[in-house]
Design a protein around this ligand. Sequence first.
Ligand code: ADP
Ligand code: ASP
Ligand code: MG
Length: 415
Amino acid sequence: MALIVQKYGGTSVGSTERIRSVALRVARFHREGYQLVVVVSAMSGETNRLLALAKELSADPNPRELDVIAATGEQVTIGLLAIALQELGLKAKSYTGGQVHVLTDSAFTKARILDIEVAPLRKDLAKGMVVIVAGFQGVDNEGNITTLGRGGSDTSAVALAAALGADECQIYTDVDGVYSTDPRVVPEARRLERVTFEEMLEMASLGSKVLQLRSVEFAGKYKVKLRVLSSFDDPASAATGTLITYEEDDTMEQAIISGIAFTRDEAKISVMGVEDRPGIAYAILGPVADANIEVDIIVQNIGASGRTDLSFTVNRSEYKKALDVLAGETGKGFTAREIIGDNRICKVSLVGIGMRSHVGIAAKMFKALADEGINIQMISTSEIKTSVVIDEKYLELAVRQLHRVFELDQQPHAV
Ligand code: ADP
Ligand code: ASP
Ligand code: MG
């Protein structure tokens, strides 16, 4: 009997009506003979509301307690969905992350899954039960409640699918698949029938929040068959959403560029006029790393008269912390003429496996931005992506312009 893990995000369970509609979809699959494990998020807006409550009491709330609070959102929806399914005459049972021993490390608010105990779930499934598991949460070795980072229910679902050896993991959300870019920014964005795992990994890591990055990593590691679909489509419509594929085959639509990802969560710091000597990058970035701040793009200028400039980007939430670290280091590890920062920047990235075999993509991208008068502040490339850092106010314009110039609204032509 085929086993499917389905995950329903916040909007999909945003009201009791939506939960009833999810129950009807689950019941339909159950009737068709599938075994089902259903992972749910908190109702939309609920996680933000819970975290904001903690912020009312403290500017810097204790992460362990934040997880205790945030995990309650999903506990509500698992119970509600179980009741909705029981009302339809199905046998259903809900479990929190702790109850199925979704064992994680102890990195509160961004924990990683280490193991899941699936034996009790298999027993329930064998009895014809629909198993409902709270997304986003787990438990560490000491029994502390942990959460997996924002968007973490995707990862709960993929991890469960991997642990159970499910035939498919279906991520139901408020769009009917992975698009060439966020359809909320570019209405002409096109749904991709398939996207390669590598491209999805880049898109997720470069800001497309349709799938949490770790869920894609997990899927790749365990070769989980992963599909993104809409929970708003008619269940009878036989929509196929977007399938994440692991092999590039010739029959697949071969676009050079598959998508555009972007993120506003960026900030840039420039350390101007530092000594141009061996070890200077380490003197600046070592303390930043020691403070657990992740650095993304790094650019160092060519030195002149023994001095140079080094710029790097960090997540906007860590901007002030990074500036403070550097302020504490200047005059000790290095000397600098000045340190300047800008937290009104964004990053826009083109992603596509065709970049491997096609030259001139980056040049075409830079021209497209220049034609709109958009200044590029930093550039970073890898085998299948080109990213630029630009002023935040040009984000939408840049994404729309690139989408148009690279004709991402069109079916890919043969290449
Ligand atoms: P859920 O609550 O179901 O987890 P999310 O809000 O986390 O849903 O993710 C779905 C959203 O991701 C969409 O509403 C869309 O705005 C956004 N998104 C960003 N990039 C893309 C993309 N390339 N394709 C589809 N959706 C995207
Ligand atoms: N409820 C959590 C969040 O809002 C997890 C999720 O929705 O995936 O981030
Ligand atoms: Mg999400």
